[in-house]
Design a protein around this ligand. Structure first.
Ligand code: SAH
Ligand code: DHB
Ligand code: MG
Length: 233
């Protein structure tokens, strides 16, 4: 028989991750009527509850401000929650474009951005991102300073390649949801989102134009993670 070790009971899991996220957000973010209203409008419209958590939104905001971003491109708008965090990072003459495939999502997001006072600075473009990116390219769009990529995970390698092609030294690219419940490390996976995420990492590993890292996270949204990429040349 083995001896029972008297250790302090440690609970690690979703309940604790949520409690800790709520503590951090209460301390460092607090009540934000605009953001709460944006989430409430998205809920009323029946949008999926998959926006970034408040503390993640604030991380995006801080990264965009630290990069001095004046031109931001987001792929995957949903109800505009992350869009508001990013839009608030812009200087008065800054601009944000967010790409969304679902007209209902785009409509909710446009209203939320208007109510957030970002109606003039932030624009939601409707369509498949593959098409709206091609249209931006055809317009001869100027490079962006900051990207948040958070749409269909299958296409992440394509979106990141496009972003690197439309960037300058110092451009930051954040890609959400890169852990896939841990399956990202499974070379035998046939899940399209896992394959897309692995192809993204292949692209980054092979590129001599970027410095990149991927980080696992836990929180109200469970176990996940993001990739941060700096374009060097
Ligand atoms: N960035 C948002 C969450 C985005 S959820 C936030 O954190 O608040 C992912 C969004 O990407 C959904 O609204 C979905 O409709 C959109 N999407 C999925 N596939 C897409 C595609 N091919 N092109 C553009 N948008 C797409
Ligand atoms: C899903 C998408 C997201 O962008 C996210 O952050 C969480 C979940 C999803 O499609 O389930
Ligand atoms: Mg996401």
């Amino acid at each position: 028989m083995w001896r029972t070790r008297r250790t302090r009971r440690i609970t690690v899991g979703q309940e604790q991750w949520t409690t800790v996220d709520e503590y951090f957000s209460a301390q460092l973010i607090g009540e934000d009527e605009v953001l709460s209203a944006a989430l409430a409008a998205a809920d009323r419209a029946g949008l999926p509850q998959i926006a970034v958590a408040p503390n993640q939104g604030k991380l995006l905001h801080l990264l965009a401000r630290t990069a001095g971003a004046k031109r931001i491109l987001e792929i995957g708008t949903l109800g505009g929650y992350s869009t508001i965090w990013l839009g608030r990072a812009l200087p008065a003459d800054g601009r944000l474009i967010s790409l969304e495939i679902d007209p209902r999502h785009a409509e909710v997001a446009r209203q939320n951005l208007e109510l957030a006072g970002l109606g003039k600075q932030a624009e939601v473009r409707l369509g498949r991102a593959a098409d709206t990116l091609a249209a931006l390219d055809a317009e001869g769009v100027e490079p962006f300073d900051f990207y948040f990529i958070d749409a269909d995970k299958v296409s992440n390698p394509d979106y990141v390649v496009w972003a690197i092609e439309h960037a300058h030294p110092g451009t930051l690219i954040v890609v959400d949801n890169v852990v896939r419940g841990g399956a990202v490390a499974d070379a035998d996976s046939t899940d399209p989102s896992v394959l897309g995420t692995r192809r993204l990492h292949d692209e980054l590993a092979a590129s001599d134009r970027v410095t990149a890292t991927s980080v696992q996270t836990v929180g109200t949204k469970g176990y996940d993670g993001f990739t941060l990429i700096r374009v060097e040349r």
